[in-house]
Design a protein around this ligand. Structure first.
Ligand SMILES: [Zn+2]
Length: 339
């Protein structure tokens, strides 16, 4: 049963009604969202206060955030340190079984055995893998390279089966990092040509800088895609929408915990940081507006960038739904998860 509290304020409603309702298409495939169950952790529940989020929670949020839209989801495994991977995989499997319009990328750590991954991936709703930097064998979660948290053995498996891999790049410069670019180029063009990469958070470009430096090389690589999750700065979107093939861009929110709070991912020069306005001490003496949900900041940024890039309605519909639905093999007739 869902336990997350939906905190939707008058300022959110105003932004939806006045700015977003006419921008967000009828169908949405959220290609970056997570379920979470505290029972997936061994022993005592984790110390942090994070509410459970099941499919009902995702649908309740969707009904509030984007009223009357048909929702489909690419639910990503939650790569929280200490999680019991097998238990989490089983929770997701049970939760989504038989529900149309849902695909899943299974969490993988370097400790996962290929035979277990292979067994789980026989489920047709499981279309890919979700490695994560916090499981790096080097112990350095900030500066690790792809193979240090996603071992070659698992990449070989993914290549053999033509799997998707949702990749949150590590290293300070994200997609602009020389090692990351060299690795992705080698993997996509030579070593693992069948892996389909979905680079999370605009290829982890929360500021203008990484994607501006990487886009020329990334757009030449085959099998590269982007999700928009948690990026609230308009500039990375402008670069992507004007310089990349928009069919490679998928809407993603990073809900619930990482996007459905009031605040944003603040870009300050080349630095960026999650900022929860309810925990900050800012005063607002010069305006009557108040902070809005980060996912709405993201939608506003995407809308502005789409206007600047002069995207067509068809391209916008593609980003919100068709690009990901086609890529993940969700046919026209497959229903929505919230009907
Ligand atoms: Zn995420």
């Amino acid at each position: 049963m869902s336990q997350a509290r939906i905190e939707y304020r008058e300022t959110d409603r105003q932004i939806w009604e006045e700015e977003l309702d006419d921008f967000v298409p009828e169908r949405i495939l959220d290609a970056h969202i997570h379920c979470y169950w505290r029972s997936n952790f061994p022993g005592d529940p984790p110390k942090h206060e994070r509410a459970d989020a099941d499919l009902q929670t995702l649908n309740q949020w969707a009904a509030t955030l984007y009223p009357a839209r048909k929702m489909q989801y690419l639910i990503l495994g939650t790569p929280h340190p200490g999680i019991d991977v097998a238990r989490h995989v089983e929770s997701v499997r049970q939760e989504i079984e038989g529900v149309p319009g849902i695909r899943h990328h299974r969490v993988v750590t370097p400790a996962c055995k290929i035979e277990d991954i292979e067994r789980d991936l026989q489920n047709p709703q499981f279309t890919g893998l979700k490695p994560y930097r916090t499981f790096s064998v080097t112990g350095d979660i900030a500066e690790c390279r792809i193979h240090e948290f996603f071992p070659h053995e698992q990449m070989e498996f993914a290549n053999e089966h033509g799997l998707w891999v949702t990749m949150h790049l590590s290293r300070f410069h994200g997609c602009a990092d020389q090692h990351n670019l060299d690795d992705l180029e080698q993997y996509t063009t030579q070593r693992y040509p069948n892996i389909k990469w979905l680079l999370a958070h605009c290829a982890r470009s929360f500021t203008y800088w990484p994607i501006q430096h990487a886009v020329e090389r990334l757009r030449e690589m085959p099998n590269i895609h982007y999700d928009t999750s948690a990026v609230t700065d308009v500039r990375p979107y402008v670069t992507l929408l004007t310089q990349e093939n928009t069919q490679r861009i998928f809407w993603g929110s990073d809900g619930v915990a990482a996007a459905f709070f009031h605040g944003q991912y603040v870009a300050q020069g080349r630095a960026w940081q999650h900022y929860d306005a309810d925990e900050g001490q800012l005063q607002y003496p010069h305006c009557d507006g108040r902070p809005i949900l980060a996912v709405y900041e993201q939608l506003l940024a995407l809308k502005f960038a789409a206007q600047m890039a002069e995207l067509s309605g068809d391209q916008i519909e593609g980003i919100f739904w068709r690009n990901a639905a086609t890529a993940l093999g969700i046919g026209e007739k497959e229903g929505a998860a919230n009907e």
